[in-house]
Each structure stands twice: as C-alpha cells, then as structure tokens.
Design a protein around this ligand. Structure first.
Ligand SMILES: [Zn+2]
Length: 143
C-alpha cells in the first residue's frame, strides 16, 4: 500500500479538540471514507483504558461504525489515537495491538504544536504514510 492519507481539515480540528480534552489520557477513534486514503467521516470513541499510555476501543462500537460506513458505501480506513506526552510514533504496544489493514494515525500533543503522523503497521513492520490535511472551500469551521 502506498499514497497519501487525506484528512478533511474540519475532522482534524474535531480530533484535535477531542485529544486535548481527554489529555492526559489518550483519546481514540475511527475514520472512514470512500476509499483507503480519504478521511471524510470521524467517529470519536471512548478509550476504555482511560490511560495515558494506551487505548482500547469497544469492539462493539468498532463494529457499529463499520456497519454505518458500509451502509454509506464507505470503508473504515484509519484508526487514530493521541500521545499526550510522547512523540507521534507507534509504541511497542501500538505495534503489538495493530491487527487491521488501515492507516494508524497518531496525534502527539507533546510539543508546542500538535503533530499528526500516519503509519501502516503490518506484522510488526512500521511504514510511515504521509498525511495531508485538506481544507475544503466553504466547509471551514462548520460546527
Ligand atoms: Zn500509542
């Protein structure tokens, strides 16, 4: 798999808000779109771990998101979570727990500015996926 993951800017802002709000615990959620590499729908989920170093999503919530996406001819294409105090790099636990063929987005809040990076994680092998935040005309800051 290769390419650039394109994330709608208003979804990025929503994700950032969620991650800042839930810090110092990690925040997490899912993204979907019409293909593998476009994030046009966001589904913030509860971090069942409620912890600063890991995240766990309710499998039932994940299935329900997949069903919603399927009904809209979309697919689940990314899982995001925050690293409130560490860099935007998959941790050992993140790598061990990655079992889906999707982009893993990590939003780090450790520096002065938030840093969002994307990765494919395949059987322990990590490959960075460039992420582009796409600003759409007329859609800025719709609430
Ligand atoms: Zn992590």
């Amino acid at each position: 798999m290769s390419g650039v993951y394109k994330l709608d800017a208003h979804l990025y802002r929503q994700m950032l808000k969620q991650c800042e709000k839930e810090a110092p615990a990690e925040a997490c959620g899912l993204l979907g779109g019409a293909d593998d590499l476009s994030g046009t729908r966001i589904f913030p989920l509860e971090n069942l771990d409620a912890c600063a170093e890991s995240y766990k999503m309710d499998p039932k919530a994940v299935l329900s998101v997949m069903k919603t996406l399927d009904e809209n001819d979309m697919e689940l294409n990314a899982i995001y979570h925050s690293h409130p105090a560490t860099p935007s790099r998959p941790s050992k636990v993140d790598i061990a727990q990655a079992y889906m063929q999707v982009v893993y987005l990590i939003l780090s809040l450790a520096g002065d500015e938030p840093v969002l990076k994307g990765f494919y994680i395949d059987e322990g092998e990590v490959t960075e996926v460039p992420v582009e935040i796409v600003e759409k005309a007329g859609e800025a800051d719709v609430k």
